[in-house]
Design a protein around this ligand. Sequence first.
Ligand code: FES
Length: 106
Amino acid sequence: PSITFIHHDTRAETVSANDGDSAMYTALLHGVDGITGECGGGAVCATCHVYVDDNWLGKVGTVGADEDELLEGVASERLPNSRLSCQIKITEALDGLVLRLPERQV
Ligand code: FES
């Protein structure tokens, strides 16, 4: 599946993801800056914050309780479409997913 990351400065990067990887891991694998992922996907660092494109909101699943708590502490503003990208698992159904990167992660 391919995922497009849109940077805060509107630069877009489309990368190919492996089925089952998280969106955070995919970004790190391809050197997409703008996602830090300090905790390696353990849902404890909140440095993998993304804004899910509105067209995809219904497809990426729901925010878990731990994730919801962590999202309260993200460095950039939390919006209704905020997610932690380590909690978004890539599947074929998410081919074409668009994620926007916040201004900063820390
Ligand atoms: Fe740490 Fe997502 S990588 S919370």
